[in-house]
Design a protein around this ligand. Structure first.
Ligand SMILES: Cc1ncc(COP(=O)(O)O)c(C=O)c1O
Ligand SMILES: N[C@@H](CCCC[NH3+])C(=O)O
Length: 442
């Protein structure tokens, strides 16, 4: 079976992450707990950055923090020289709490509110990625009223169908995101945006989807956007200085997944941009990318404790763990596949097939169907790998289950970065009918 990043197995037959025994982690923090191998995060960040540097290309690698947003991961991203993609006032607030360098924050979202946009101006962030006409008019008004400069990119949908799960493609024409590149919307947005006092239109953005394996899809996107940039150069002598090609670089959840190295995606798309710029005598734009999953996905492992077991004779054996769809909605939502191991029995033969179920009141709450693992008993530690992206950040309180704790492990040290939710936390917004509450003024 595949281990990820710094993971090893020690002489006790325990899984070790970041130099820390998973069994010790469970003793100290309880379960479920999400453990990040921060060295793997650092390595991925460096791989992305260096792939550009080595080819002499100016770039920004922005961590798409919807994959996992917390103060500590933002601090780590800043340390590793990354920029930051936020998609809401809440993520921006988290970035401010982490004191993330404002000039490296990029603000996304298909329905940013007036309040959120003002917040971005208050913090004087690096760039707003404008998604639609309403937002463009709001950004203009705010910039003019405040007499404050703001960099913007226009997000476009290039009409590219990436081969991934239907729910996580975003670059196709039938999408809620961005200005359509082919039906004139992008041109109209350009006319409205390229010559506005206080607004600096840096260039274009697209994001074609997530968990993509083929470099061709990114190359095609780069080419399509460069063509549009060339059209505006000819028609308006306008030069885009930034080309943002989004995220979406796939990772290996199971052996069926065959991603490329981050550097391969980046080098190929960089070459497309470089060659076209040369052919058209176009000043080489800075390339920005926004990896999320490929920075944190396989760096995260969730540890659960095995509980009840139910055999359905001739069909399957269910083993329930102390979390489930409340901390990882992806199997239920996307039919996402994961692999698992019994973290305290890593040297035992993997001779048992079980379905790992959660504890939520929902038949579909299965984390892995037919996982092949070592023989498992109540109290064993179940590790599910590659849970670093879109799990904690999509977690909820269904059945009022508390969200897990999150820790970072590196070089034998471990640190709590999000404490486990308590029942008090879960009820903190509830009001009793017997409480005297002042009515909100109209
Ligand atoms: C605009 C944008 N950028 C970046 C990402 C990050 O994608 P991924 O986590 O697949 O790299 C997303 C999510 O798919 C996105 O919507
Ligand atoms: N949340 C999705 C991907 C969507 C990414 C955001 N645009 C996932 O878990 O795979």
């Amino acid at each position: 079976m595949e281990l990820y990043g710094t993971q090893t197995v020690n002489e006790k037959g325990h899984l070790v992450i970041g130099g820390v025994d998973a069994v010790d982690i469970a003793h100290v923090y309880g379960t479920p707990v999400v453990v990040y191998d921060t060295k793997l995060f650092r390595k991925r960040a460096a791989d992305f950055r260096q792939s550009f540097e080595k080819n002499g290309m100016k770039a920004q690698v922005a961590y798409a923090s919807k994959a996992f947003s917390s103060i500590a991961i933002y601090e780590l991203a800043a340390e590793e020289g990354l920029s930051l993609d936020v998609v809401s006032g809440g993520e921006l607030f988290t970035a401010v709490k982490a004191d993330f360098p404002r000039e490296r924050i990029h603000f996304h979202g298909n329905n940013k509110s007036y309040m959120e946009l003002n917040y971005a101006f208050d913090e004087n962030i690096g760039c707003i990625v404008v998604d639609n006409f309403l937002e463009l008019s709001m950004v203009k008004e705010i910039a003019l009223t405040r007499k404050q400069n703001m960099n913007i990119l226009l997000r476009v949908t290039p009409g590219i169908e990436a081969h991934t799960h239907e729910f996580i493609t975003t670059g196709q024409e039938d999408s809620k995101f961005g200005f359509d590149l082919k039906n004139g919307q992008a041109d109209e947005a350009f006319e409205l945006a390229h010559d506005v006092p206080y607004l600096q239109l840096l260039g274009l953005h697209c994001h074609i989807g997530s968990q993509i394996f083929e470099a061709d899809a990114f190359n095609h996107a780069a080419e399509t956007l460069m063509e549009k940039m060339q059209v505006w150069k000819e028609s308006h002598s306008f030069i885009c200085t930034v080309l943002n090609l989004g995220g979406g670089f796939g990772i290996r959840y199971t052996e069926e997944d065959e991603p490329l190295e981050p550097s391969q995606y980046v080098e190929e798309m960089g070459k497309v941009v470089f060659d076209l710029a040369k052919r058209w005598n176009y000043p080489l734009p800075e390339i920005w990318i926004e990896p999320g999953r490929s920075l944190v996905g396989d760096a995260g492992t969730t540890l659960y404790t095995a509980g009840s077991e139910k055999e359905v004779p001739g069909v399957r054996t269910y083993v329930a763990v102390d979390g489930g769809m409340s901390d990882n909605i992806r199997p239920a939502l996307y039919d996402a596949k994961y692999t698992a191991a019994i973290a305290n029995k890593m040297l035992s033969p993997r001779d048992t097939t079980i379905t790992i179920a959660g504890k939520c009141c929902e038949s579909g709450d299965k984390l892995i169907v037919d996982a092949v693992v070592a023989s498992v008993s109540e109290g064993d530690l179940v590790a599910i790998f590659c849970t670093g992206a879109y799990t904690y950040s999509m977690a909820g309180n269904y059945n009022r289950l508390p969200r897990p704790a999150v820790i970072f492990a590196e070089d034998g040290d471990h640190q709590l970065v999000i404490r486990r939710e308590t029942y008090e936390d879960i009820t903190r917004l509830d009001l009793s009918l017997h409480q005297k509450v002042r009515k909100e003024s109209k």
